[in-house]
Design a protein around this ligand. Structure first.
Ligand SMILES: [Zn+2]
Length: 404
């Protein structure tokens, strides 16, 4: 069942492009790329000849919040996301999500921080209180470190970029954040920091975090920030789409995608209406342009960029927002499509040490995305989805959502 050949296809292998090639998948693993397949196999394996199509590694969404509902990761999967990174949840939800991922191949694999590291009254408790969510506010970093977390998420939010008055959110001291980083590193876990303002970003980068879950949007980029990124070899996950929603500056792009049939056919009806709706939660000085220019400068400085949607129930649509993010990185921040495709596959896998995914290469999981057209020239061709495989198992659609 999970053995087949895809031939006559353009391949983005996670690093580069190989025209008119083939791949062999056996028992859920990629076993050959580009070499001639033995005639004995050609006869009895299913073979898909796909001229005019591009085959890619399944996408990795490096920032999401799939709470207790399977519908959200399912929606992400329909957009070609075969690995979904959860950046804050309850422990029980994270365990449940991982269980679904183990049991089902029409569901993305889940990586999770389980609980984010925060303090009483700290982010995101402020949001959850406003939304009326009865959330566990957990200070138990030890719990996350020893109960299956794949990395640590460190919350550092003053409210400065969001227009939340100073003092409403309780913020940990720098020494606490540095101690969290040391504890995570002692457990060989990477630390991803949340910060949305310049001052918060400076503080967590000084604490030695490995990467940022956002770029800030309340001030212009500074040489000091770039210097701190370089010093820790930290990466940035810009989340321009989420910044576009929070500031309102992304309204045009969100509208464009909300009207795209290729998006609409993959999301629940209530989510379609949600896509163009901006969150409008910003301080007076905040602007999407600061984030965009910041990404341009980080890219020029050689800071690794990875791609994540910050999708969360009721706010930012799973799956769709990763495609919006990729489009904005190309059209607004000036990244080349190949750089953005690497940022959604191999760069992320490399930074987290996941050697089983992120590329189409012999020995790796057959997590694959097949699209019609060429996303290396037009990134929105990624929405022309014609095939999704996880561990070599072909996706046939979810109830109410046929694949095409
Ligand atoms: Zn988030």
């Amino acid at each position: 069942m999970s053995s087949f050949i895809i031939s006559d296809v353009r391949l983005f292998n996670g690093d580069t492009v190989i025209d008119n090639t083939l791949i062999l998948v056996e028992n859920g693993l990629i076993t050959q790329v580009g070499s001639s397949v033995p005639a004995s196999l050609l006869d009895h394996l299913p073979r898909y000849s796909k001229p005019g199509h591009t085959l890619l590694p399944g996408l990795i969404d490096a920032h999401s919040h799939p709470y207790g509902d399977p519908a959200q990761p399912e929606q992400a999967f329909r957009f070609g996301i075969t690995t979904l990174m959860d950046l804050h949840n309850t422990h029980d939800n994270a365990v449940q999500q991982k269980q679904w991922a183990n049991e089902r191949k029409d569901f993305p694999d889940i990586k999770s921080c389980h609980f984010a590291a925060t303090i009483d009254g700290g982010w995101p408790w402020w949001v959850e209180k406003k939304l009326g969510i009865d959330h566990v506010c957990c200070t138990s970093l030890l719990h996350a470190l020893t109960n299956g977390a794949d990395y640590i998420k460190l919350m550092h939010e003053s409210g400065a970029a969001l227009g939340i008055p100073t003092g409403e959110i309780v913020q940990p001291r720098a020494a606490v954040q540095a101690a969290v980083v040391r504890a995570a590193h002692a457990h060989r876990l990477k630390v991803i920091a949340h910060a949305l303002s310049l001052s918060d970003t400076l503080e967590v980068l000084r604490a030695g975090v490995d990467g940022m879950a956002h770029t800030f949007f309340d001030a212009p980029m500074t040489p000091e920030v770039i210097e701190l990124y370089k010093r820790s070899n930290a990466w940035v996950n810009p989340t321009l789409a989420a910044a576009g929603s929070l500031t309102g500056g992304g309204a045009d792009v969100l509208k464009l995608f909300s009207e795209d049939e290729r998006v609409r056919c993959r999301v629940a009806e209530e989510t379609v209406e949600q896509i163009p709706r901006c969150l409008h939660m910003k301080s007076e000085n905040a602007s999407l342009e600061y984030a965009i220019d910041g990404v341009r400068q980080l890219k020029a400085a050689g800071v690794p960029i990875i791609c994540g949607s910050d999708s969360a129930p009721g706010a930012t649509a799973f799956g769709a927002y990763l495609h919006i993010e990729m489009y904005m990185l190309v059209s607004k921040a000036g990244l080349s499509p190949i750089k953005v495709l690497q940022a959604s596959t191999s760069t992320t896998a490399d930074l987290f040490g996941w050697t089983d995914r992120g590329r189409v290469a012999p020995g790796l999981k057959a997590d694959l995305l097949l699209v019609e057209g060429n996303p290396l020239t037009d990134i929105t061709d990624l929405l022309n989805i014609r095939g999704i495989w996880r561990d070599g198992v072909e996706f046939r659609g979810h109830s109410g959502f046929p694949l095409q």
